[in-house]
Design a binder for this molecule. Sequence first.
Ligand code: EPZ
Length: 430
Amino acid sequence: MDRIQITGGTPLIGSIQISGAKNAALPLLIASLLTEDRLTLKNVPNLADVNLLVRILRNHGVDLAVDGKRPGSSTHLGDTFHLTARDIVDTTAPYELVSRMRASFWVLGPLIARMRQAKVSLPGGCAIGTRPVDLHLTGLKQLGAEIDIEAGYVVARAPRGLHGAHIVFPKVSVGATHNVLLAAVLAKGETLIENAAREPEIGDVAECLVKMGSKIEGIGTSVLRIQGRDRMEGAVHTVVPDRIETGTFAMAVAATGGDVTLEGARSIHVKHALEVLAQTGTRVEDLGTGIRVTRTSGGILPISVETQPFPGFPTDLQAQLMALLTRAGGTSVIRETIFENRFMHVQELARLGADIQLHGDTATVKGVQSLTGAPVMATDLRASVSLVIAGLMAEGTTTINRVYHLDRGFEQLEQKLSRCGAQIERIASH
Ligand code: EPZ
């Protein structure tokens, strides 16, 4: 397995092109199941999770053509995908594939809406928590799906098709909102979703669905009103820039010091995280076409933060923020309210010399004078990248094992960082 080796201590200086958002690209790819016409997606990031989802969609009968790069086109701008699901040949999403990526469970909504039947493996738990799917299933049942659990599979039927419903989610869930939204567009009549997740990736998917012919009111709010249609059409849509990648690089600059412009980043999507960074003593400037992050002098200030659904501080940036705060001049407190087990990076950060105490959902981070490089490994994507940030701050060499976690969600991570002066390289396994 590949490893990443980092020699810390160099400030980051330069510019980084922000890629298309993984967590928007995945449901957008799934939206191709809704129509027999062609859905063209631009700015699709080249990631292991995208490739895995393509395998799943091909299994259902989706054809994919990817535009080749033209002479002179940038290597770090995403791909253009043309997806056509003329005939859905298989409505089963098998355990071997769904268990490897949770978002693939979201094929359930579009399959049941278009084909009136679907059999999708339960995704199971994962490193960051138990992650149930009860909200997905309750929502789809309200739209008229009959659902049974058989041998680890969700077996859904809607012989007369789905119908509109008034769904009030008792808890904010990104995945359940996607799943229900992707089904409601082909249900008969109106669907009202209350307490919908407001993450920008949901807005991006909703805007694509509008281009595909859907009528959706309330995009960007917690109340979505959807008029169902008999059929959806093809469309051309560009994947929104990745706000988690944006926040991650912003924290890396705050951690190492330096001056980096995050090209294409949208500050409105990372407003809370940027405010938190400003509180740590980092300068953040909205350039319109991107965000400039600077920390040239002064130490890192301690802060208290808790994760919340959008527009709050994202759980997907919690580990990266913690890495930054390990070097703050004082004690910080981070409370994780979304996932019950998302502190797997704590023991690895401790290997570099961080001083972090855990009590239930709260981590108390006492800033230390310096971190020292060590071999580390992580069990999920965001935890892995927090170790990259810590490695960039540490004295000496840090080796990060299990790099495949990073490849799931960060496009050209080492290249982007090394172009800004970081001493980082991938060591291929033999
Ligand atoms: C999405 O996961 C993201 N994944 C996650 O990013 C992100 O951390 C999470 O939203 C929260 O922002 C993708 O977009 C592909 P949820 P999702 O349903 O949809 C509970 C990454 O690193 N819940 O919003 O699975 C659940 O257990 C990933 O890119 C139920 O109780 O998250 C959690 O506590 C990791 N019942 C909370 O809701 C349900 O039926 C929020 O989960 C569904 C969820």
